[in-house]
Design a protein around this ligand. Structure first.
Ligand code: HEM
Length: 453
């Protein structure tokens, strides 16, 4: 062993010792801080230790029991089955509670306030559609981006979700000191820079065009989200944050579209019923060439909407969402959750509860008839979250999905060879398919769509 080898070995040893000490001291410090906050709330009510959960180990807690991305949905179900609707996991001293019971989710309501074709895959096309429909509603200006901008955004986004989900499932990478030297950190920074650049480009373009007094689209611009934020003097940074959040939502839209088309392909009887409804609307409109299909017309597609809601029940893209507690709620099982706990609610698990949805594995759109909805707990169905922090884009997402699917149903018959029981999913911040499903679109005879929606 030469001199350089000895120095390198010592350096590596030194870095490991520093990392170890850093982890130990931060987790001890965190514990002390949390205990300080929690002493009052641990009076009559039971604390986190009363909750069931997988066995935890000193310092690391359950860090090494976290599954790889493709097993996370299965593990979530297994843990919910084994430990019940409210269980605890600990990762390096960070306490997390997963909740899958509607009434408990409701008790946490205030948390939502805190913060013949050819067989083909279609995710990329759906991704472009979803992103463009969001950008159009955010800026309301045509031609402020081109196809390359959109494709660059989508590939940066894919990289961002891959790396971030990897980092979440390897919690020691949350330690800044370790992450800074990890090869993925440079890639993540470059993906984030690309995403920010797209958001900045459309905001700048919007500001430039609004400042141009001669611009004809001024009327429309005033209704756009950026115009409204500019009107209340929001800073550029604030606008950028909001725009980026909305652009990120294209992923939930894309997956909802993908899963909805898949459900229709796998359930031809429901596909046909939706098509009859769509044909009735579109044929009526085609008999009157000047007619524009309006928002109200789209609300007549009731069966189509029920099928979409049922598809979001079976496959909710946002399968888990959470918050860090800022005050200690007491749950119906008499457990008080301490401040600082990360609490998660899982629509995926709750949507499979036979008490709320009898025969939960069956695709049955009539669960969403008004009289059936009344029978369930208000928080039993949460694909868009609930309470004051419910998804801001819910109505626009439902509308844009209905428009695209109605157009497809009017022009094509949809088939797929996939089998429901063979579908596998992975964690990419949202719940995405492990392998992309394929479709066959057969054009329908004499059905050419030529109208404005
Ligand atoms: C079918 C598609 C969509 C689904 C399933 C979905 C689902 C959700 C869920 C579950 C949340 C709550 C997340 C949390 O609390 O951590 C959320 C929040 C949000 N969504 Fe969506 N979303 C969709 C489409 C959209 C679209 C198209 C937009 C924007 C144009 C959008 C904008 C937002 C915003 C801004 C929030 C944060 C609201 C807040 O914190 O007050 N979403 N969404």
């Amino acid at each position: 062993m030469n001199f350089m080898d000895v120095i390198t070995l010592r350096l590596i040893f030194f870095v490991w010792i520093c990392t170890f000490l850093y982890i130990v001291t931060t987790s001890i410090f965190k514990r002390i801080q949390e205990n300080k906050h929690n002493t009052e709330s641990w009076g009559q009510a039971m604390g986190l230790n009363a909750l069931p959960g997988p066995r935890k180990y000193p310092i690391i807690g359950n860090a090494f029991q976290l599954p790889v991305p493709k097993y996370i949905m299965k593990t979530l179900f297994d843990w919910c089955r084994k430990y019940g609707p409210c269980f605890r996991i600990t990762v390096f001293g960070i306490e997390c509670v997963v909740i899958s019971k509607p009434s408990m989710a409701q008790e946490l309501e205030w948390i939502f306030e805190a913060e013949k074709g050819r067989c083909q895959t279609i995710s990329k096309l759906l991704g472009r559609y979803a992103l463009q429909s969001i950008v159009d509603s955010v800026v309301s200006i045509p031609d402020c981006y081109n196809d390359t901008d959109v494709d660059n955004f989508l590939s940066n986004f894919k990289r961002y979700t891959e790396i971030t989900s990897y980092r979440i499932l390897h919690p020691w990478l949350a330690v800044r000191f370790i992450w800074r030297f990890h090869p993925l950190s440079t890639q993540l920074n470059s993906a984030i820079a690309g995403l920010n650049k797209f958001a900045q480009t459309i905001i700048h373009m919007h500001i430039r065009k609004t400042n141009d007094k001669k611009n004809e689209v001024e009327q429309v611009e005033n209704r756009s989200i950026i115009s409204q934020m500019l009107n209340v003097n929001s800073s550029f940074k604030e606008i950028q944050t909001e725009v980026t959040t909305m652009l990120f939502a294209h992923e939930s839209n894309t997956l909802s579209l993908l899963y909805f088309l898949l459900m229709l392909a796998l359930h031809p009887e429901h596909q046909e019923r939706c098509r009859e409804e769509v044909d009735a609307l579109f044929n009526e409109a085609q008999d009157h060439p000047d007619k524009v299909i309006t928002f109200d017309d789209m609300s007549r597609l009731k069966y189509l909407e029920r099928c979409l809601l049922e598809s979001l029940r079976l496959l909710p893209p946002v399968f888990l969402f959470g918050r860090k507690l800022e005050s200690p709620p007491r749950l119906e099982n008499d457990v008080t959750l301490p401040i600082g706990t990360n609490v998660y609610v899982s629509p995926l698990v709750m949507h499979q509860d036979a008490n709320s949805f009898p025969n939960p594995g069956i695709f049955n759109p009539d669960r969403f008839l008004p009289e059936e909805c009344k029978k369930r707990h208000q928080y039993a169905y949460l694909p868009f979250s609930g309470g004051p922090r419910i998804c801001l884009g819910m109505k626009s997402a439902i509308l844009s999905i209905k428009i695209l699917v109605a157009k497809i149903l009017h022009s094509f018959e949809i088939f797929s060879e996939e089998k429901m029981e063979n579908l596998r999913f992975q964690f990419t911040l949202t719940m995405s398919p492990e392998k992309e499903p394929t479709f066959v679109f057969i054009p329908r005879k004499n059905q050419q769509l030529n109208m404005n929606i």
